[in-house]
Design a binder for this molecule. Sequence first.
Ligand code: PRX
Length: 635
Amino acid sequence: MTDEQFTPAASEWVYPDPDAAGSARIRDYEATYARAMEDIEAFWAERAATLDWYEPWGQVLDRSDAPFFRWFSGGKTNIVLNALDRHIDTPRRNKLALIWEGEPGDRQTFSFWELWQETNRYANLLKGLGVGKGDRVTIYMGRTPELMIAMLACVKLGAVHSVVYGGFSEQALADRIDDAQSRVLITSDGAWLRGKVVRLKDIADEAVSKSPVVETVVVARRTGHEVHMEPGRDYWLHDLLAQPHVKTVCETEVMDAEDPLFILYTSGTTGKPKGVLHTHGGYQVYTSTTLSWVFDVRDEDVWWCAADPGWITGHSYIVYAPLILGATSFMYEGAPTYPYPDRWWKLVADYGITILYTAPTAIRGLMRFGEAWPARHDLSSLRLLGSVGEPINPEAWRWYHRHIGGGRCPVMDTWWQTETGGFMIAPVPSVGLKPGSATRPFPGIDVDVVDEEGRTCAANEDGYLVVKQPWPGMLRTVYGDPDRYVDQYWNAYRDQGWYLAGDSARRDEDGYIWVIGRIDDVIKVSGYRLGTAEVESGLVSHAAVAEAAVIGLPDELRGSTIHASCILVDGVAGDASLEQELRNHVRREVGPIAVPSQIVFVEALPKTRSGKIMRRVLKARVQGLPEGDLSTLED
Ligand code: PRX
């Protein structure tokens, strides 16, 4: 994909669908946005008042310790109070909260009442293992209801979950366990993917052998294959649930609005992943408002966010926001193309999915198989579509709109980040769309595109994406590393007090924002966020590699692929078998998503005089493009 595809010149208008727009919660975007910006505190207070609180907040926004902003200070709540407890005394208790299908075709459903009971049982079980308020629990599982229940159970007790995506491997998992200092790890024997078992428990065992902090491992049965169970450390979930003290009622811990809710690790510019910390009060307000307005989720909808719960998209829009809104969610365990490339379309038809939210890479992947696959299924239940994770190329947008949405479902392209908690730039169903643009900022969100000095860029000029006012869903810190929080997000525009998103973007003459991509050493591979440094440290941990430099190269399907240049230690020859060995090594150390598509062996790397690898030069060189300004190059 090239930059050209995202220029406003290539854009066209897609006018709002009259049905979708006419019934949308927000029918006048301009007026709603203007009203919110007039007084953001009043606006967010009004939104917060739609939720339950044990005790009301004193101050909506406390800026006294900026950039450590505090929202709804003094308020007492627990996101589980809003996600589950409050539905139990209403007729909604009998409504389906979750419909789940496993890759082999098995099904499970949970009403709000059932999900509440299962969460209570799980919470009691964790309590029995000594888990309490403030403790960190790491969860490493496939896409199953038990994952969601484990998250909710932690939160019910006031514990802080750290979910690690099942696509990460032992070292990545071990690093995250260590950073969070989790004494309890929750995993499963395995997960189904493309008809095969991903052996999660084996990987967890390796990780635990590197992280002595783990005392207890809870193992859910999913695939049924043989796994090692360490006596005195590992317990089957079903055995623990069968204990007599595991009752179906459990008090929800009363939390301060600013108490930690979860840590989610994400890639940044250094090898060490950042533990993005979110809190109870602001996050619940932000995620529920954004889902309600952008996707207009209603009681009769079947909402399918096809992300993995192990990423922020899953945290916010599979687990928390849909439950808070009392929506029925659908979740699917496996691969979109298993056993055939129409699995997703069959699921849409089978369950009457009304809103589908996925990533451009998935759309492009399914598009490859042609429109005959979706055409075999009745997709008329769909009324809205969504996209997230990277810029969506207009071609994929149009295919999605036409062949999945039947030309009638608006595509809500949502720009946001692990750090932002929820959608930041996104349309509502009543605004006009332009394929490839995430459109306009959400009400209450003050976004701008600026140059290095902080001047607003002219229309269609590239600049840095910044957020000029705090918002309730923002990260509160980097877990255990407040300096990094300040450095990474707030130092670039310290004087102005703006949040630096780390993306470049341009705004067109209609005020529509076109996100171009990352400005730092972060690569988006199939929508997954990876730091070049993470892959590099995976490579250099192999005895044959002295130094490595990783760059992202444009790829039609995956957005980017990983290209690695390695300098080998003296006396080692780079050949095809070493290349394969290094691939396997990265797969084991970091995870399958981090495996380089290309590995080349080189004698030297382009560096600045101070020894920093010049990735820009490397990238140009690899692509055979002009290398630009080389004045800082070492030699
Ligand atoms: O570069 C932007 C890209 O994904 C980054 C955030 O990645 P992550 O924290 O993994 O969260 C992804 C899911 C929220 C952003 O800095 N990105 C995300 N959504 C879009 C996007 N780029 C363009 N358009 C989007 N809709």
